[in-house]
Design a protein around this ligand. Structure first.
Ligand code: NAP
Length: 251
């Protein structure tokens, strides 16, 4: 039974695996048997070591995803080094909090480039390889702000709304060609991205009170869904968004 969740023999390109949700998911894919190539701005040897400790090959590729022009060369390098890419996880993301009336254009553009444009153009570039292979799994990390507007995070909400929507567009085009495109929408997770939110005692209490599970999420909470969407177990799952939020969205 567990065979359908196995990622043995698969190669993943994983963005933002140096900490937080990404590190847990990248190591989780390796534990399920995949070779994992991690993309981030600065090499994190710890994730490479943890992948290798699972008995599979891992590598780190330094690339700032705001550099959209560099994406084709990045994908070509991974393909040259590993021979193929079976799984793409677009996890890297940034946050910028400002009141809408004062939101700096530079921050707006940076959030949109990393969270939205880089995700689309990585899907496009890796998607070409997957179309040629006739098989592939794409997992884009969305957010509760793919559904809701949030406070003081309009660029983030815009970027995550877009990721959820174009993931459906890609799923519609590619489902019949063996490529599954889906999203995972994490709820409120205890990671570096939320340091400011957690430090704001009032907002932090309000958020916790609304989570039926009664706690913030942990990086490990993401692993099961990532392995599922990367594996044969999800072969008939297309264009969906799995929320991992302790029940927030149902409230
Ligand atoms: P995090 O702890 O801040 O980690 C973000 C990761 O993205 C890091 O590995 C970071 O690596 C990488 N990254 C950021 N900017 C990058 C860039 N320009 N180029 C390449 N890599 C970059 O965030 P997290 O909380 O784990 O979030 C992971 C994903 O889940 C994000 O897409 C986020 O939007 C989403 N999410 C998080 C929450 C939450 O509550 N935490 C909720 C909903 C959705 P470097 O900085 O070393 O490059």
């Amino acid at each position: 039974m567990l065979e359908i969740f196995s990622l043995k023999g698969k190669t993943a390109l994983f963005t933002g695996g140096s900490r937080g949700l990404g590190k847990a998911m990248a190591v989780g894919l390796a534990k399920a048997g995949a070779e994992v190539t991690v993309v981030g701005r600065k090499r994190d040897q710890d994730v490479v070591d943890r992948i290798a400790a699972c008995g599979v090959r891992g590598e780190f590729y330094e690339h700032d995803l705001a550099d959209l022009d560099g994406i084709p060369a990045l994908v070509a390098r991974v393909k040259a080094d590993f021979g193929k890419i079976d799984i793409l996880v677009n996890n890297a993301g940034v946050q910028s909090r400002h009141k809408a009336a004062e939101f700096p254009r530079q921050d707006w553009n940076f959030v949109i480039d990393v969270n939205m444009n880089a995700v689309f153009f990585l899907c496009q570039e890796v998607g070409k390889l997957m179309l040629a292979q006739g098989k592939g799994k794409i997992i884009n990390i969305a957010s509760l702000l793919s559904f809701q507007g949030g406070f003081t995070v309009p660029a983030y909400a815009a970027s995550k709304g877009a990721v959820a929507q174009f993931s459906k567009s890609l799923a519609n085009e590619w489902a019949s060609q063996g490529i599954n495109v889906n999203c995972i929408a994490p709820g409120y997770m205890d990671t570096e991205m939320n340091t400011a939110l957690i430090a704001d005692a009032g907002r932090s209490r309000q958020i916790l009170e609304r989570i039926p599970a009664g706690r913030w999420g942990k990086p490990e909470d993401m692993v099961g869904a990532a392995v599922y969407l990367a594996s044969a177990a999800s072969d008939y799952v297309n264009g969906t968004i799995i929320t991992i939020d302790g029940g927030w969205m149902g409230r």
